[in-house]
Design a protein around this ligand. Structure first.
Ligand code: SF4
Ligand code: SF4
Ligand code: FES
Length: 510
């Protein structure tokens, strides 16, 4: 028997394939985009939407590329030859688009998915701009609650079953099923009430159209008014890769970003909806200095830096950081603590984990702190505190007991009475920096300038400024210098740092 082909031709170019790989997989791996709705790299192949059709040389009928294996049938010993953009393939996709739009309400102007809808995108790309159907569109249920966090619109649903397969295959909780036939087919909840999985909101991202929307985000903002940044959720030490979305200072939403080594395509619902602290009315927006009458008054950055250095000289001690602070913040805080004759330590809560993504360690950079040699704080005594947004890591009792005279905080509610100087801190979505997740992977958070007050100084810069006042000989390193210092440490030598991170810089002080 002749050797079986191990390559496939797509649009005239030969590509190798692995046994079992389908045409769409090889095409995507080689940068050839084939329109698809029901296909997802992380789910079983349903092959039900028919938008991914391609031409297979010698076959008069277009074939779906998501389910067709690259290996030719047993009686063929030549590599398959595929055309993704021939007339046959494009006519097939155009026909599928027309069928999908027969009953789809053309309500893009009021649909939350507009701007990120595959139906809308493909309609522009391969739709025919007119409908031959003259019958009335089928009416189906709208605004159906799928638990407390998700809303289903059956008229917009293209029955791709991605959401159903997610609940079957990823969470194995089976809360969704298809019901009915033909144009009456729709998704239904098998369990009335709530999803049992804490990962349900991933189906919103999976849905290629606006059939599943987030109750938390829907109708809040058109997409094109928002700015986005790649970052890392700091809800636990998993460090799920996310995309933050903000608008005019407000944190609007968060979505998972694919990272096969960390969170694949998913994130937990709790992490996704835990951002309200960024929009709190009690956010600190300017440095504060304690006055003789005991009140805290707004100061400029230079005065606050000098006052902080003076307060620390008068009451030296440890620097305690929230376990979600960045590596750079921790590294410079170590130098500040050393200049004060103390040590830098970190504080972080532990809690429940599960067997999917959520881990028990809640300090997003606890592993980084340990690599830097920071001990977990056992007692609260500190000269300075660096607090991020989450109250649970460094709680009110800890803060008050610390006696800290210099405090970096996101929220005014978190400032202990002992504070003589207070610096406003950006939330994790507003700071650039590095974290080491619980698996030892170095990840980078990027600042979203559309979230939070826009004039906050980077804590790394402020710590270096304070250090400069504590130590005349201190050589200001800047963000790139601090990262270079980290990379040179033996503990970090073998770790891979995100490419180009040093060049990104940090939020500048205005
Ligand atoms: S709700 Fe969305 S993901 Fe689920 S079947 Fe319909 S179109 Fe697909
Ligand atoms: S698993 Fe942890 S890091 Fe991931 S989204 Fe949830 S809280 Fe955030
Ligand atoms: S993506 Fe291939 S049939 Fe849906």
């Amino acid at each position: 028997m002749a050797d079986r082909p191990t390559t496939i031709f797509i649009n005239g170019t030969e590509y190798p394939f692995e046994p079992g790989q389908t045409v769409i997989q090889v095409a995507r791996a080689n940068g050839i985009d084939i329109q698809h709705y029901c296909y997802h790299d992380g789910l079983s192949i349903a092959g039900n939407c028919r938008i991914c059709v391609v031409e297979v040389e010698g076959n008069p009928k277009p074939q779906i590329s998501c389910k067709m294996e690259c290996e030719p049938p047993p009686w063929v010993n030549e590599p398959l030859r595929i055309q993704t953009d021939s007339k046959l393939a494009l006519d097939g996709r155009e026909g599928t688009m027309e069928m999908l739009l027969v009953n789809h309400p053309l309500d893009c102007p009021i649909c939350d998915q507009a701007g990120e809808c595959h139906l809308q995108d493909y309609s522009y790309e391969i739709g025919q701009g007119k409908a031959s159907s003259t019958t009335a569109k089928t009416k189906l249920p709208k605004n159906v609650p799928f638990g407390s966090k998700i809303v289903y619109d059956a008229e917009r649903c293209i029955k791709c079953t991605l959401c159903v397969r997610f609940c079957e295959e990823i969470t194995e909780t089976n809360e969704l099923a298809m019901q009915g036939r033909s144009d009456e087919e729709m998704v239904v909840m098998t369990s009335k009430g709530e999803f049992t999985t804490p990962y349900s909101m991933n189906i919103i991202d999976l849905c290629p159209v606006g059939a599943l929307t987030s109750r938390d985000f829907r109708f809040k903002s058109r997409l094109w008014f928002m700015d986005f940044a790649e970052s890392v959720c700091t809800g636990c030490a998993r460090g799920c890769n996310v995309m933050t979305g903000g608008r005019e200072g407000e944190f609007m939403r968060m979505e998972p970003r694919e990272n096969q080594a960390v969170n694949k395509w998913w994130m937990c619902d709790a992490g996704r909806t835990d951002y309200q602290f960024a929009n709190a009315p009690t956010r600190l927006e300017a440095p504060l200095i304690r006055q003789d009458d005991g009140t805290l008054a707004v100061a400029n950055w230079e005065d606050a830096i000098s006052a902080a250095a003076a307060a620390l000289k008068a009451a030296p001690g440890n620097v305690i950081l929230d376990g979600g602070c960045t590596l750079e913040e921790m590294a410079v805080a170590q130098d500040v603590a050393a200049a004060l004759g103390g040590a830098a330590k970190y504080a972080a809560a532990t809690g429940e984990g599960d067997d999917f993504l959520v881990v028990a360690e809640k300090g997003a950079n606890a592993a980084g702190a340990e690599l830097l040699g920071l001990a977990r704080a056992k007692s609260a005594s500190a000269a300075a505190l660096l607090l991020i947004e989450r109250d649970e890591h460094v709680n009110a009792s800890f803060r008050e007991k610390s006696g800290a005279v210099v405090v970096f905080a996101v929220d005014g509610e978190h400032v202990p009475d002992s504070a003589q100087v207070v610096f406003p801190m950006g939330t994790w979505s507003e700071r650039d920096g590095l974290l080491v997740d619980g698996a030892g992977i170095v990840q980078s958070m990027s600042r979203n300038a559309a979230i939070g007050p826009n004039n906050l100084a980077a804590p790394v810069d402020l710590l270096e400024d304070i250090l400069g006042e504590l130590d005349d000989g201190y050589d200001w390193r800047g963000h790139a210098g601090v990262v270079a210092h980290l990379r040179a440490l033996p503990e970090f030598e073998k770790l891979e740092f995100p490419a180009g991170f040093e060049a990104a810089g940090v939020g500048a002080r205005s």
